[in-house]
Design a protein around this ligand. Structure first.
Ligand SMILES: O=P(O)(O)OC[C@H]1O[C@H](O[C@H]2O[C@H](CO)[C@@H](O)[C@H](O)[C@H]2O)[C@H](O)[C@@H](O)[C@@H]1O
Length: 279
């Protein structure tokens, strides 16, 4: 009988749950939306924010003196619709749009001819794949496979080939989705931009995200000694902490709010509220 060989694949120790802050710790909280704050749904237009989550986010916004932001692949208009038009800082379209806490806003500008060409090509591609849903986000287009998951691998192959005819654009894969967007901006760059301004500057950034696009933001936050929290089990990830899903995000955030305003139990708190330890 042969002895089983030890695996040569390095396995990462299970990530710990994130800590809680000390009362008044200078945390800045940054949230990805789909898969982090909200459960996935078949139709991107059908997701809803519960009144309890909305109230919690407003309280966290107040407890952090405005140092809270949504960081999403959705358009800012869509985020504003979902979250009932808050005045929070927000990053949309994976960094192509950014609204500072002050309300100042910037959006990446690209030539209209290139945009029209991208839209035409991507729609023609989608038409070849039954069950694939097109989400038109103007600057970007997402092709969703949640209703036809069997199409994803072939669609990915065809989309990669199409990229050769879309100079200046890049492909952003995500959960059951492939997105076509102007190249050169990502969540990490946009988060870095956001963290340079008040009320984020000087605070410890805490980023929660579940998807590949969030890895850029994890790197940005790790470089600044912050806390990177992966929602779910996707590997590999640069995150240092993990929570299992949106329900756990909401439960942890409730405890964070309490800790920020009243103090956390000592066993759950980091000395001085940071910086992040490396697992
Ligand atoms: O960065 P995020 O806030 O996580 O946004 C990423 C994409 O989220 C949405 O798609 C995802 O959620 C949908 C609704 O649950 C789901 O149907 C889809 O399969 C997921 O990929 C959104 O529609 C995209 O525009 C965002 O880029």
């Amino acid at each position: 009988m042969s002895t089983p060989r030890p695996s040569t694949t390095p396995t990462r120790p299970v990530l710990p749950a994130p800590p809680l802050p000390a009362a008044g710790a200078g945390w800045a909280l940054l949230f990805d939306v789909d898969g982090t704050l909200l459960d996935f749904a078949d139709d991107p237009g059908s997701v809803r924010v519960s009144p309890a989550l909305l109230a919690l986010l407003h309280d966290v916004h107040a407890a952090t003196e405005g140092a809270m932001a949504l960081v999403s692949g959705r358009e800012l208009d869509d985020l504003d619709r979902l979250f009932e038009r808050p005045r929070w800082a927000a990053i949309g379209l994976h960094g192509l749009e950014l609204r500072q806490a002050s309300g100042s806003f910037r959006r990446v500008i690209v030539p209209q001819a290139g945009q029209d060409h991208m839209h035409r090509e991507v729609r023609a591609l989608a038409a070849r794949f039954e069950g694939v849903q097109v989400e038109d986000k103007q600057l970007a287009v997402a092709l969703h496979c949640r209703r036809a998951p069997e199409q994803l691998a072939r669609l990915h192959g065809a989309a990669s080939e199409l990229m050769a005819r879309l100079p200046g654009y890049e492909l952003q894969p995500g959960h059951q989705v492939l997105e076509f967007k102007p190249a050169g901006m990502d969540k990490g760059r946009a988060v870095t931009e956001l963290l340079q301004r008040a009320p984020f500057a000087g605070r410890t950034p805490v980023y929660l995200g579940d998807d590949l696009t969030d890895e850029h933001a994890f790197d940005a936050v790790n470089r600044r000694g912050g806390f990177s929290i992966r929602i779910g089990e996707r590997e590999p990830s640069a995150a240092h902490f993990t929570l299992p899903g949106p329900a756990a995000t909401e439960a942890w955030l409730t405890r964070v709010l309490h800790a920020l305003t009243h103090g956390a139990p000592t066993h759950a708190r980091l000395p001085h509220g940071g910086p992040a330890r490396q697992p």
